[in-house]
Design a protein around this ligand. Structure first.
Ligand code: SF4
Length: 275
């Protein structure tokens, strides 16, 4: 059964590009509300390109991995200057945008422009390895297999159906009951070791968030996003359970990524005006 997600069949390529960037490292359920808010604030690439980077970072609240907001802001600038404000349709042009890798380019080309390209994410990689091959598949093999299955079918509905089956059923622990592929699935029929984990494109389980560097970076960004520019002393005081070394390391990494900037000992979101 098809998932009911607001960006599916959306007529605006910009809305689809934003959704795909958000979905790169954030689960679907956590993307829906931020995606709506982000598009209300930045309805076009030009609206985002015209805004300070700090506004894009602030609108990214709740999604994590803020480098994506930085890259999307830069991509919006390129869309305006190089593509007359319209999200480009070719894979090559899409790949030229910051933060747009092979998967995201394929997804935007298929879902926004109906280009005949296969979209293979982690879950689709599992389906291909389990249901069609019943063996480990390399990256190129998985893409070829998906393109072969798609044949001349319209790409967007085909790719969406694969993503939906992957998200609902062919997860790391397969939920085969009710899967529409259960009758043709080779792994179900033939058995053997699960071929999915070693297949290309099938990601490993992410390290726990609690206690991670991501958590420290998120806490620091949250402070300067919610409370405005903060001195180093204030940050160390207010995030005290975290050690000074961890905070300093995370701040250095955030500055190196262009997400925060210093003015003396004051830290603020990159691209925000000094108070
Ligand atoms: S039947 Fe099970 S293993 Fe096969 S594609 Fe469906 S969920 Fe995956």
């Amino acid at each position: 059964m098809r998932r009911d997600l607001p960006w599916i069949d959306h007529p605006d390529p910009w809305a689809i590009l934003v959704s795909e960037v958000m979905l790169q490292q954030t689960s679907t359920a956590r993307v829906i509300d931020p995606w709506r808010r982000f598009l209300e604030r930045f309805a076009t690439p030009a609206a985002l390109a015209d805004a300070p980077l700090a506004d894009a970072l602030a609108a990214w609240a709740g999604l994590g991995y803020h480098r994506r907001a930085r890259d999307l802001h830069a991509a919006a600038g390129l869309v305006v200057t190089r593509f007359a404000g319209e999200v480009p349709s070719s894979l090559e042009d899409l790949r030229s945008l910051p933060g747009v890798g092979p998967y995201t380019a394929s997804a935007v080309a298929s879902f926004a422009f109906h280009a005949p390209v296969a979209v293979v994410d982690t879950n689709v990689g599992r389906i291909l390895a389990r249901a069609w091959a019943n063996r480990t598949l390399g990256r190129a093999e998985a893409a070829c297999e998906s393109a072969r299955l798609m044949g001349r079918a319209p790409s967007a509905p085909f790719n969406q159906a694969m993503l939906d089956v992957g998200a609902r059923h062919c997860r790391s622990r397969a939920l085969c009951e009710g899967c529409p592929l259960v009758r043709v699935c080779r792994w179900r029929r033939e058995g053997g070791a699960d071929p999915a984990p070693a297949s290309a494109g099938v990601s490993r389980r992410q390290a726990p968030f609690e206690g991670s560097r991501r958590q420290v970076r998120g806490a620091l960004l949250g402070e300067v996003r919610e409370r405005g520019p903060r001195t180093l002393v204030e940050l160390h005081r207010d995030l005290a359970p975290l050690t000074a070394q961890r905070l300093d390391d995370a701040l250095a990494a955030l500055a190196s990524d262009g997400l925060v900037e210093y003015e003396g000992d004051v830290v603020r979101l990159a691209g925000s005006r000094a108070r």
